[in-house]
Design a protein around this ligand. Structure first.
Ligand SMILES: *Cc1c(COP(=O)(O)O)cnc(C)c1O
Length: 463
C-alpha cells in the first residue's frame, strides 16, 4: 500500500476552497458538493489501497469532484432529444404537451383552483365536471369521465359492467400492448370472465351470438393497435356487434386504444377508426389513451351512454384510479384545440409531427446538415429519404415519408458514437442502421440543433 500517496489525499475543506469547485456553490447545494468531495476522496483512497493507482495530481481529483457534482446535480427524469423519428415513443414519454396545455398546468398548479369546488354554488364540486362537457362535445358521446390511463379505463369499465360476468371477445383481439399490458390479464383483475370466441384470423357474428347467455356482461371489441392480421381475415363490423348487443340488451364496449379524434385518411394516411365514429355507430362505452394520437397527458378517457358512465363514477375503483389536477389541466388545454381541427393540427405536437410537410422536414435536414458540416471535420453527412413510425402502438403498418441525415465518423466507430450521443448532457437518442447514425428530422426541433452540434463536438474531443 502506498502510504505516502494516502497522506497526500486532500481534506474536504481544502477541496471546498478550490476556485473551480467553489464556483459550484452558486449553482447547486452545498450538501451535494460536500457529498461529491467525500465520495471522490473515498474512491481515491480505495484505488490507492487496492494498488490500482500509483500517482495522481490535484487536478485529477478536482476534475473527478466536478464530474461527481454534475452527476449528482442532474435530475434523473429529464429532457432527451428524440432523433428516432418515432413520434409517440413510449420509452420517451409519448406525446409532448402543447404550449396551451403546459400553460394550463402552470396556471392551475401554481395557484389554488376549483378542482373540487363548484364556483356557482359555492359548494363542493366534482373533479370530472371540468372536462366532461368538452369531451362529449368533441366525441358526440352522452357522458364522459377520465382515469389514470387506458389500462385503468378498461379495468374500470369491466369491473363496473362485467364483474363476475362474462365478457365475450374475439380471439384475434386478445392483444398484448407494450409494457406487458395484456387484455386477458387486465380482464381477470377486473373480475370479468373472459370468453374467447372465433379464431385468431376470423371471427363471425355467430361466434358472439352462440356464446351469449344470461351470464354475459359485455361484448368487448379491442383495437389491435400494435399489429395487423393480414390475409384471410374477418372481424365483425362494429355496427353488427352493436346490433347484436341491442337485441340481447348487452352493452358493447370498445377499447379503441389510441383515441384518434381526427380522420387521418383526409391527410393521406390509412383509415384509423375515430372515437366519434364508434359513438355514432352506437357503441355503449369507448375507452382510449390521452397520450397517444390524442397528443395530451397520460390519461384514460371513457365515453359513452350516461347510464353506464354514471355507474362507473360510483365505482369505488374510480377513487383509486383518479387523475390529478395537472392531468386535468393538461387534458383540458389539449382538448380545447380540438374544437377546431386546424388548430389541433397546428398546436398539438403529436399531430403536427405526424402530419409534418415533407418539404419542411427536408428544409430542416438541410439546415442541420449545413450547421454540422460547417463545424465538424471528421464526419460524413448525407441526407436521404426514409420512413418514420407513428409509434405508441398506433398505425403499426404506416410508413410515413421523412428525411434523415445519415452520419458516419471517420474516427469513431458508429457504436461508440451512438453511446457518446446518448451519454451527452442532454441525451440524444438516435437510430443506427447499416453502421450509420440516423437522425430523423421529423421529431427533432430547430431549438435543439445547437445541442446536437455540441454533442458531436464533444464526441470528437473525446478522441
Ligand atoms: C395503448 C393501449 C392500451 C393501454 O393504454 P395506456 O393508456 O397505455 O394504459 C390499451 N388498449 C389498447 C388497444 C392500446 O392500444
Amino acid at each position: 500500500m502506498n502510504k505516502e500517496l494516502l497522506r497526500r489525499l486532500p481534506k474536504v475543506d481544502e477541496l471546498l476552497n478550490q476556485e473551480k469547485i467553489k464556483k459550484y456553490l452558486n449553482i447547486t447545494m452545498r450538501n451535494i458538493i460536500v457529498d461529491s468531495i467525500r465520495e471522490t476522496i473515498c474512491n481515491y483512497r480505495n484505488m490507492i489501497i487496492k494498488g490500482r493507482i500509483d500517482a495522481f495530481t490535484n487536478e485529477d481529483i478536482i476534475n473527478s469532484v466536478i464530474m461527481t457534482i454534475e452527476e449528482k446535480d442532474e435530475f434523473r427524469l429529464r429532457k432527451v432529444i428524440n432523433a428516432t423519428g418515432t413520434v409517440i415513443h413510449t420509452n420517451m414519454g409519448r406525446s409532448l404537451l402543447s404550449k396551451g396545455a403546459v400553460e394550463r398546468v402552470i396556471d392551475v398548479v401554481e395557484n389554488y383552483n376549483n378542482l373540487e369546488y363548484d364556483i356557482n354554488k359555492g359548494k363542493r364540486g366534482l373533479r370530472y365536471s371540468h372536462i366532461e362537457e368538452i369531451i362529449t362535445k368533441i366525441t358526440g358521446a352522452e357522458a364522459a369521465m377520465v382515469v389514470n390511463n387506458n389500462a385503468s379505463a378498461v379495468m374500470l369499465v369491466l369491473s363496473t359492467l362485467c364483474y363476475e360476468k362474462e365478457a365475450i371477445v374475439s380471439r384475434g383481439q386478445l392483444v398484448e400492448i407494450g409494457g406487458s399490458f395484456r387484455v386477458p390479464e387486465v380482464m381477470k383483475l377486473s373480475g370479468a370472465k373472459l370468453v374467447e370466441v372465433g379464431t385468431t384470423n376470423r371471427t363471425h357474428l355467430f361466434d358472439y351470438e352462440n356464446n351469449i347467455s344470461e351470464d354475459t356482461g359485455v361484448l368487448l371489441k379491442v383495437h389491435t393497435s400494435n399489429y395487423k392480421i393480414l390475409g384471410f381475415t374477418e372481424e365483425v363490423p362494429l355496427d353488427e356487434l352493436v346490433e347484436l348487443g341491442k337485441e340481447h340488451n348487452i352493452p358493447v364496449i370498445e377499447d379503441i386504444g389510441s383515441g384518434v379524434l381526427v380522420d387521418f385518411s383526409k391527410y393521406g394516411f390509412a383509415y384509423e377508426p375515430t372515437v366519434q365514429e364508434s359513438i355514432k355507430k352506437g357503441v355503449d362505452v369507448v375507452t382510449f389513451s390521452g397520450d397517444k394520437m390524442l397528443g395530451g397527458p397520460q390519461a384514460g378517457i371513457i365515453v359513452g351512454k350516461k347510464k353506464y358512465i354514471d355507474k362507473m363514477k360510483k365505482n369505488q375503483l374510480t377513487r383509486a384510479l383518479r387523475i390529478d389536477k395537472m392531468t386535468l389541466a393538461a387534458l383540458e388545454g389539449t382538448l380545447k384545440y380540438y374544437l377546431d381541427e386546424e388548430e389541433a393540427i397546428k398546436n398539438i405536437p403529436t399531430l403536427s409531427m405526424i402530419l409534418a410537410d415533407k418539404d419542411d422536414i427536408m428544409k430542416k435536414a438541410q439546415k442541420l446538415k449545413e450547421m454540422l458540416e460547417k463545424s465538424l471535420r471528421n464526419y460524413d453527412f448525407n441526407i436521404s429519404a426514409d420512413f418514420s413510425m407513428v409509434g405508441g402502438g398506433s398505425m403499426p403498418t404506416e410508413k410515413v415519408d421523412t428525411y434523415v441525415i445519415r452520419i458516419k465518423s471517420k474516427k469513431i466507430a458508429t457504436e461508440k458514437l451512438e453511446y457518446l450521443l446518448r451519454m451527452n448532457k442532454i441525451p440524444i437518442i438516435v437510430r443506427v442502421c447499416n453502421d450509420e447514425i440516423i437522425l430523423d428530422l421529423r421529431t427533432i426541433f430547430e431549438k435543439d440543433f445547437n445541442t446536437i452540434l455540441d454533442a458531436f463536438q464533444n464526441a470528437e474531443s473525446k478522441l
